[in-house]
Every structure is written in structure tokens, then in C-alpha cells.
Design a binder for this molecule. Structure first.
Ligand SMILES: [Zn+2]
Length: 104
């Protein structure tokens, strides 16, 4: 298995970890590196402000309950960490467990 891959946008050879996961691709990775995906998304959002806004609004409406639950948990952890003087000194993965993101 190749450990590197060439980005379809910037044409740079980068380690596989620099590409997001994509189950439908033969190698399980996105054809664009993360940096190029981020640039693309930023430009798309700038040129489609209204579409972006409407989609965000629809998403928030659809997921109101889950987002509220997530925010509540996030703030609870944040307050606890501030009390301990450890706020933002721990990796995000510990602050935000996947179970909270999934809302299960
Ligand atoms: Zn790239």
C-alpha cells in the first residue's frame, strides 16, 4: 500500500494522513488534500453565502435537540475545566467525546 498520494488540486505528494477519509474511494481517501478541501470550502461559502446560510439554518433546525444537548455538555465540561484551571490545555478529543457529537 502506498503511504503517499498526490493531491488532485495542488499536485503535491503528501502522506495519506493529509487526505480525509472517503469510504467510496478505492484507497479510502479523498482525492484532494485537507488543505485544498478547506480552501475550496472557504471559497464556495464566500460565493454562495445565501445557500450556506440557508443550509446552516436548516441544519440547526433539524438538529436543535441534539445541538442543545451537545452545548449543555460542552459548557458543563468547560466550567469544570475552568474550575480546575485546565481549560484548553487538554486535546479536543477528550473535551468532546464522539458519543456527545453523535447524540446517542
Ligand atoms: Zn492539495
Amino acid at each position: 500500500m502506498a503511504r503517499e498520494k498526490r493531491c488532485g488540486v495542488c499536485k503535491q505528494l503528501r502522506p495519506l494522513a493529509a487526505f480525509g477519509r472517503r469510504s467510496v474511494s478505492p484507497d479510502g481517501r479523498h482525492p484532494w488534500c485537507r488543505g485544498c478541501v478547506t480552501d475550496y470550502r472557504r471559497r464556495w461559502t464566500e460565493t454562495h453565502r445565501e445557500v450556506y446560510r440557508a443550509r446552516q439554518q436548516a441544519y440547526r433546525r433539524r438538529n436543535r435537540k441534539r445541538l442543545r444537548q451537545y452545548n449543555r455538555e460542552y459548557q458543563r465540561r468547560r466550567r469544570a475545566l475552568i474550575r480546575l484551571g485546565k481549560w484548553r490545555k487538554v486535546p479536543r478529543a477528550i473535551v468532546t467525546p464522539r458519543s456527545v457529537l453523535r447524540g446517542s
